[in-house]
Ligand binder design. Structure first.
Ligand code: NAD
Ligand code: 89Y
Length: 343
C-alpha cells in the first residue's frame, strides 16, 4: 500500500516531536502543515521541508490531498478541529487533553462515529518502554493476581519555560500530566468504578493545582493510588518518569527511578533495565516521552492500514477523561465520585 499522507495542525512546542517521529514511521509522511501563527508555521515548514503550509485549518481541509490529520494544538481548539475532520471524513489523531469537558469529548467521539472515521487520542505515556515492560510482566502472571498499585509522578522540573500556558489555566497537573498517569493506571489495572481526590497548589506563581493524590477503586476490585506533583524537589530529578508499585498474590513489581524494574516472587528477585531508547533526534530527559510518540504514531499507521481500533481510541479515552473530571469534582466536593455513572 502507498504511504499514507498526513496533515498536522499546530506547529508548537510538542509538535516538533511528532514531526520527527513521522519522519521515522514507515508507511506515512506529512504533506501539509497548519498553524495560525505564521512564524511557527515557517519554522516547522523549513525544519521538516514541508511546502504546503496553511494558517487556516478550514482552507487546508478544503484543499484536501491527505489521508489523516494529526491535531497537535492545545485543548481549546480540539473540538472544532476534530469535528472539522469528521465533516471531511478524514481520520484524526488528537492530542491530550482530548477536550475541555466530558460533554465535548462525548460529542467529538459521536461526530467521528457518525462520519465513520477512526479517531485516536495521542495518549502516548502507556506506550513508554518501561510501562509496556510492567504490563508484560503482569500479563506473564509473575506476581499472580494484583491487589494493590501505585502510579507516581513526583517532580520539580520546570515545565513552564517550554509550555508557559501551563501556569495560566485554572486547572494544571491533573489535566496536563495526571491524565497520563490515570491512563497508565487504567492500562495496567483496568477500568475504574469510583475515585476520590485531594489537590493542592504549592507554587505561588501558577494558577492551578500542582499536587494531586487520587484513590481509584478498579472494577476488578484492585485499589490503586495515583499521586502526581510538580512541587517535589528531589536530589535526583526523575522527570519524566512514572514510578510504579504493584503488589500481587504471588509477588511484587517495582519500577523505580532510573528505569530500574524489579520483580520478586517465590523464585527470588530479578532486576532489569527498562530504559527507553535514545532515538536519533531525541534528547534527555525527554527521550522516554519522545520514544513513546514514535510508538503511538507507528500504532496509528498500523491500525489505519490493517484495521482495528487504536488502543487509545476516542471511545477508550472517554474512560480516562472521565477520571480527570471526576478528580476535579472530588477535590472540589470532598466526595467520592461514581465514575461509571459519568460514562
Ligand atoms: P503550543 O502552544 O506550543 O503549540 C500549539 C500550537 O497550535 C501553537 O503554535 C498555536 O499557534 C497553534 N494553534 C492553536 N490553535 C490553532 C488552530 N485553531 N489552528 C491552527 N493552529 C492553532 O502547545 P504545545 O506545548 O505544543 O502543546 C500542544 C498539545 O500537546 C497540548 O494539548 C499539550 O497538552 C500536548 N502535549 C502533549 C504531550 C505528550 O506527551 N502527549 C507533551 C507536551 C504537550
Ligand atoms: O504537557 C505535559 C505532557 O503531556 O507530558 C509532560 C508535559 O510536557 C509537561 O507536564
Amino acid at each position: 500500500m502507498a504511504d499514507l499522507k498526513g496533515a498536522l495542525i499546530g506547529c508548537g512546542f510538542f509538535a516538533i516531536n511528532q514531526m520527527h517521529a513521522w519522519k521515522d514511521v514507515d508507511g506515512a509522511a506529512i504533506v501539509a502543515i497548519c498553524d495560525r501563527d505564521p512564524e511557527r508555521l515557517d519554522i516547522v515548514g523549513e525544519q521538516f521541508g514541508i511546502e504546503r503550509r496553511y494558517t487556516d485549518a478550514a482552507a487546508m481541509f478544503a484543499d484536501g490531498g491527505f489521508d489523516f490529520v494529526d491535531i497537535a494544538t492545545t485543548v481549546q481548539s480540539h473540538r472544532a478541529l476534530v469535528e472539522m475532520a469528521a465533516s471531511h471524513k478524514i481520520p484524526a489523531i488528537c492530542q491530550k487533553p482530548f477536550a475541555r469537558t466530558l460533554v465535548d469529548a462525548k460529542a467529538m467521539v459521536e461526530a467521528c462515529r457518525k462520519a465513520g472515521i477512526p479517531l485516536m487520542v495521542h495518549e502516548n505515556f502507556r506506550w513508554q518502554t518501561p510501562i509496556q515492560a510492567v504490563r508484560r510482566l503482569l500479563d506473564s502472571t509473575a506476581i499472580g493476581i494484583p491487589f494493590w498499585g501505585r502510579f507516581s509522578f513526583r517532580s520539580g522540573y520546570d515545565v513552564f519555560s517550554g509550555q508557559p500556558y501551563l501556569a495560566e489555566g485554572e486547572r494544571f497537573i491533573i489535566e496536563d500530566l495526571g491524565i497520563h498517569t490515570l491512563d497508565i493506571a487504567r492500562f495496567i489495572l483496568g477500568d475504574v468504578k469510583t475515585l476520590t481526590a485531594r489537590t493542592k497548589r504549592v507554587n505561588p506563581n501558577i494558577k492551578g493545582e500542582d499536587v494531586a493524590t487520587i484513590l481509584l477503586d478498579h472494577e476488578s476490585g484492585v485499589t490503586s493510588v495515583v499521586d502526581v506533583s510538580y512541587a517535589t524537589k528531589l536530589g535526583t530529578e526523575p522527570f519524566p518518569e512514572t514510578l510504579i508499585e504493584l503488589d500481587g498474590t504471588d509477588g511484587t513489581i517495582r519500577l523505580s527511578a532510573g528505569y530500574r524494574l524489579e520483580v520478586t516472587n517465590a523464585a527470588g528477585t530479578v532486576v532489569s533495565d527498562a530504559s527507553p531508547q535514545l532515538l536519533s533526534w531525541a534528547s534527555r530527559p525527554w527521550h522516554n516521552i519522545q520514544e513513546s510518540v514514535y510508538a503511538i504514531q507507528k500504532h496509528w499507521v498500523d491500525r489505519l492500514k490493517n484495521g482495528g481500533e487504536p488502543a487509545t481510541s476516542g471511545v477508550d479515552n472517554l474512560k480516562t477523561f472521565a477520571l480527570v473530571e471526576a478528580a476535579y469534582d472530588s477535590a472540589a466536593s470532598g466526595k467520592t465520585i461514581d465514575v461509571e455513572a459519568m460514562l
